[in-house]
Design a binder for this molecule. Structure first.
Ligand SMILES: [Fe+2]
Ligand SMILES: [Fe+2]
Length: 189
């Protein structure tokens, strides 16, 4: 298969994965041995696993969101000849803030989750893992341009890009589901 052809196939496959998180529920990422080898210790970590209890957007847990971001950024980094291991790891840890952001402001008075959570995620990740500079930068700068300092490394840019792509896909899926439910109610009324 020509390189360009396989690249487009990969993009199409990735698009499908980002819009449907069933493959995460079925733990398909374990089958991808090369990916799983890079991140196995993170998957086995209790703090990482605890993200399952928090909802990110729609029906997607924060853990599932981080897996999607990591997997998307990992594939692009590999395709571009970048440090895909650090990219995959930063993607998994970028939202390790460990609380429900929907109730966070009410519970703590902190109304700036969007600005503060990258630093909280970095602090939590540093407690659990030995991070390199790319991983640290990928976590702490992933909210750029909402937070003003841009990522320093290409790999960190990829984490930030994948985060936005996955967030949009999650929100879009949520809207789509709500529209389908509303239509069903209307047609049953
Ligand atoms: Fe985030
Ligand atoms: Fe995120």
């Amino acid at each position: 298969m020509k390189k360009k052809e396989s690249y487009y196939l990969m993009r199409e496959q990735l698009k499908e994965w980002m819009e449907d998180s069933q493959w995460i529920i079925e733990e398909d990422y374990i089958i991808d041995k090369e990916y799983y080898e890079c991140v196995k210790d993170i998957f086995q970590n209790k703090a990482f696993q605890s993200m399952n209890q928090f909802i990110q957007h729609g029906n997607t847990s924060t853990r599932a969101h981080c897996i999607q971001v990591s997997y998307l950024a990992y594939h692009i980094a590999k395709e571009k000849g970048l440090d895909y291991v650090s990219t995959a790891r930063a993607g998994l840890l970028h939202d390790l803030f460990l609380y429900d952001w929907h109730t966070h402001a009410k519970e703590t008075g902190n109304r700036f989750h969007g600005f503060t959570h990258p630093k909280t995620a970095l602090k939590n990740a540093e407690k659990e893992f030995n991070l390199n500079d790319i991983e640290r930068n990928g976590i702490v700068r992933h909210m750029w341009p909402l937070t003003p300092i841009p990522p320093k490394y290409k790999e960190a840019f990829l984490v930030s890009y994948a985060d936005k792509y996955c967030t949009l896909a999650e929100v879009f899926t949520q809207w789509k589901e709500r529209a389908v439910q509303a239509m069903a109610k209307l047609t049953n009324a």
